[in-house]
Design a protein around this ligand. Structure first.
Ligand code: FAD
Length: 412
């Protein structure tokens, strides 16, 4: 259930393991909202194994490094190589990709194994049989239900056995796109383009992430993402986290661009120039949840996957190579692409299923093996919220000094 990145990855993994998969999706059309997504080696490795590594190479940008800046001056306080270093240390690359490309790629990958039913909004579920009742009144039955229905998951309450809502994190994020051609017009901003790196500016209660992606273009007749690489132009994806005052829980809500500029007015002059180039921005409330060890309904036929079980702040999408070059509080040995990992684990386990009676124990094993990793990542993302957003003062100075030391160790 749910045709997001998690649902599609699960459809591929379970289908390839020999099972018949039907995805029930409430939307009228297949598509993905948003712009950039960071794909780190834990996931690019899976993609390569699944035979889509070459496509990832074509549609992704591999940033040379990750640069951290002081918000007010632009001083580079941290720098960590990605690119070749990532491949050397982890056997796979670190990519920035358009979300719609990743979605289309997973959709194409899963297509031989799945049936997708659009306009199929699930209204209720009976976990004992199990069955799902759609908005149309139709009842759909299955041997097993994997609920990949996102951060606002309705199935989660059924699994947990009571009310259970996502938690506002106190932050919201603007998301904006600036065409590379616009940055190139200004010599100071063109510097970002010449040697593409991922850039972060850390300031009191807010931060900015900026990286390059290949622009998505859709075929006019079939609506699919075009794969005419490398002809597609590039953009710079900006995610700007700030205290949540008036954001709404929607990935498509428009933000107020003048308020965005006001919110980041204390940031360095280059940021001001870039914000002046932003024509429009989305703004959405960032929600997460406490780690939950119960992923499987007691009847053993319904399990949760992806944001339905472990939504987290998007503040930990750094690659594992930084383990050697930035201070421990920013280290990420895995990112929040946990939904793809969940799917991979399900696929491996269900390839060994020989009898329906094994569904419950296998789902329990899935929960047991995944929970420690995903809960650690959820909590680490919250920790990064605090660390990225220190007020100017002793903690911020200690953070920046320790990043400078780590940078010096790398750059000499
Ligand atoms: P979703 O993508 O939310 O999909 C859920 C699907 O279920 C939807 O299609 C929905 O329509 C469907 N659905 C819901 N309810 C029903 C119903 N009742 N009946 C039928 N269908 C239903 N992750 C990364 O890995 N890297 C990043 O760089 C990154 N950056 C991010 C930046 C921001 C600002 C944010 C907010 C998130 C970011 N994430 C990133 C997180 C990532 O987007 C999510 O973890 C991921 O999209 C979750 O996938 P999912 O399939 O679990 O859920």
């Amino acid at each position: 259930m749910g045709c997001g990145l998690g649902g599609l990855a699960a459809a591929h993994c379970l289908g390839r393991a020999g099972h018949n998969v039907t995805i029930l999706e409430q939307a009228e059309a297949i598509g993905e909202i948003g712009a950039g997504i960071q794909i780190s080696p834990n996931v690019s490795r899976l993609f390569r194994r699944w035979g889509i590594g070459d496509r990832l190479d074509k549609m992704g940008i591999q940033p040379g490094a990750f640069a951290f800046h002081r918000y007010s001056t632009g001083e580079r306080v941290g720098w960590s190589p990605l690119g070749e270093e990532m491949i050397k240390d982890h056997g796979e690359g670190y990519y920035h990709v358009h979300r719609a490309d990743v979605h289309q790629m997973l959709y194409d990958l899963a297509t031989p194994y799945m049936t997708v039913r659009l306009n199929a909004r699930v209204m209720s579920i009976d976990p004992s049989i199990p069955t799902l009742t759609l908005q149309s009144g139709e009842v759909v039955s299955a041997d097993m239900i994997i609920a990949a229905d996102g951060v606002k998951s309705m199935i989660r309450e059924v699994v947990v056995g009571g009310p259970d809502k996502p938690i506002p994190t106190g932050d919201a994020a603007y998301r904006a796109i600036i065409p590379t051609a616009e940055l190139l017009k200004d010599p100071e901003l063109a510097g970002f383009v010449e040697n593409p790196e991922m850039n972060a500016w850390m300031g009191p209660n807010r931060h900015i992430m900026m990286y390059k992606i290949v622009r998505i273009l859709f075929c006019r007749s079939c609506g699919r993402a075009l794969t005419c690489f490398p002809k597609r132009p590039t953009d710079w994806n900006m995610v700007m986290a700030h205290p949540d005052d008036e954001a709404v829980e929607s990935w498509t809500a428009e933000g107020d661009v003048s308020k965005l500029r006001e919110d980041f007015k204390d940031f360095e002059p280059r940021v001001q120039k870039m914000l002046a180039l932003v024509p429009r921005a989305l703004n959405w409330r960032l929600m997460d949840r406490e780690p939950l060890p119960k992923w499987v309904h007691d009847d053993g036929k319904v399990a949760l996957l992806g944001d339905a079980i472990h939504p987290m702040l998007p503040y930990r999408a750094q690659g594992a190579a930084m383990a050697v070059s930035v201070p421990p509080f920013l280290i990420s040995t895995h990112t929040h692409q946990a939904q793809i990992e969940d799917a991979a684990v399900l696929g491996v386990f269900f390839a060994r299923l020989t009898d329906r009676s094994q569904i419950g124990p296998i789902l329990d094993a899935y929960q047991t093996i995944r929970f420690p990793r995903t809960s650690k990542t959820q909590l680490a993302a919250r920790r990064n919220q605090r660390i990225f957003h220190y007020e100017d003062g002793p903690e911020q100075i200690a953070r920046d000094n320790s990043m400078r030391e780590a940078m010096l160790r790398v750059t000499g």
